[in-house]
Design a binder for this molecule. Structure first.
Ligand SMILES: [Zn+2]
Length: 74
């Protein structure tokens, strides 16, 4: 299990990934409580594009080779 505090401590970011339209957007981590579990966040979220509730919240790492954050998908 991963908490919001874990993600912050490691300097990682969170994104919402839609299983229906494949939109991927970074989430503002400041909106979640430090003790919240990443695994639980998707329950309260839905895709802002297609409104599908079948979204995942994923932890994103910088690309190891380029140092860039992966691009969002709209
Ligand atoms: Zn969607």
């Amino acid at each position: 299990m991963t908490t919001i505090a874990d993600v912050k401590d490691k300097g990682l970011r969170l994104a919402i990934d839609c299983g229906h339209c494949h939109r991927m957007r970074y989430l503002n981590i400041g909106r979640f409580a430090d003790a919240a579990l990443v695994e639980d966040l998707a329950t309260d979220l839905k895709c802002t594009r297609c409104l599908d509730p079948g979204v995942s919240v994923i932890v994103i790492h910088r690309d190891a080779k380029t140092g860039f954050w992966p691009a969002e998908r709209s």
